[in-house]
Design a protein around this ligand. Structure first.
Ligand code: PAF
Length: 299
């Protein structure tokens, strides 16, 4: 497996494969790799070759976020990528991505303005800027993103469409622990007690999906269920299917529990098109997000 730190060397490697008519699948990461990343790699291997990147992108972290403590496990990550069959990994330094004098940035698409975009101002500008830089360094045919970061996937898809980037963006299913917790590099911050509380997020999303499958289409009712399960509060919409909640096992802060159109993230009063239920909140000092698609989403 080749390891490149310069964008020029990475581009030469991928361009050579593409000029032979080969498809190249790309998995961009910030390292601290887990089964979720490796499942993206497995999907990327359906191309003729798979490449990855490891770069903890400073421009997508806010001033009070976990950039400094973000887990860095480069040696183990490279081992995992090699065993998985990746042909090359791009591991640039901060200076290679953002040299002195760097002052450009990509304006993120409108879909970035809600939910994560509100909770993390500037985050999506950092994401789309680094993703465009990565796609310029690695002119791949396909790039794979986890649906765990559902809004990120949709934001990148819109940026690539708007800016005529010739890479196909593919969203891949979230990989979960046996008990339902969505895999995330940040799960390693959780104590045992926090981890058991974190399960409430996937259980709440499971409840929403069950209610949706049973025919509930009123967003206000489903969002009220989510709030009630996550915080033990009822915001006023009562109905017979309101879930049981156990006291004392809650999120510390709920940032959002929303249902929006899965394609463009517009709010929905009634679920009359493919939708996604999304949750973000804090357990202790760890920020967790998860989501569940409701209805067909292959749009
Ligand atoms: O999802 C991530 O790991 C990051 O946001 C990404 C897409 C690699 C950009 O830094």
């Amino acid at each position: 497996m080749e390891v490149f730190d310069s964008p020029e060397a990475a581009r030469a490697f991928v361009s050579a494969l593409r000029s032979q008519g080969r498809t190249v699948g790309f998995v961009p990461t910030m390292g601290a790799l887990h089964e979720g990343h490796l499942s993206l790699v497995k999907t990327a291997l359906s191309c003729d070759a798979a490449v990855a990147s490891i770069f903890v992108n400073p421009t997508q972290f806010g001033p009070n976020e976990d950039l400094d403590k973000y887990p860095r496990t480069l040696t183990a990550d490279l081992e995992k990528l090699k065993s998985a069959g990746v042909a090359a990994v791009f591991v640039p330094t901060r200076d290679q991505m953002y040299p002195d004098g760097f002052s450009s940035g990509v304006e993120p698409p409108r879909i970035s303005e809600t939910l994560e975009g509100v909770c993390r101002p500037g985050h999506f500008r950092g994401v789309v800027t680094v993703v465009l830089k990565l796609l310029n360094a690695l002119p791949v045919s396909h790039a794979y993103f986890g649906k765990k970061d559902y809004q990120q996937w949709r934001v990148i898809e819109a940026m690539v469409r708007d800016l005529n980037v010739g890479t196909r963006i593919i969203g891949c299913e979230t990989v979960r622990e046996a008990d339902g917790l969505a895999m995330s590099s940040r799960n390693r911050y959780l104590s045992d007690e926090e981890r058991s509380r974190a399960l409430l997020i996937s259980k709440t999303l499971q409840h929403v999906e069950t209610a949706y499958r049973a025919g509930e289409r009123q967003t206000a009712i489903l969002q009220n269920h989510m709030q009630q399960m996550l915080l033990g509060e009822n915001i006023g919409h009562r109905d017979t299917a309101t879930p049981e909640t156990s006291p004392g096992r809650r999120l510390d802060t709920l940032q959002y529990a929303s249902i929006v159109s899965s394609y463009d993230f517009t709010p929905l009063a009634t679920i009359d098109r493919p939708a996604v239920a999304l949750i973000a909140g804090m357990i202790g000092t760890t920020r967790l997000i998860d989501n569940r698609e409701l209805g067909q989403t292959d749009v």
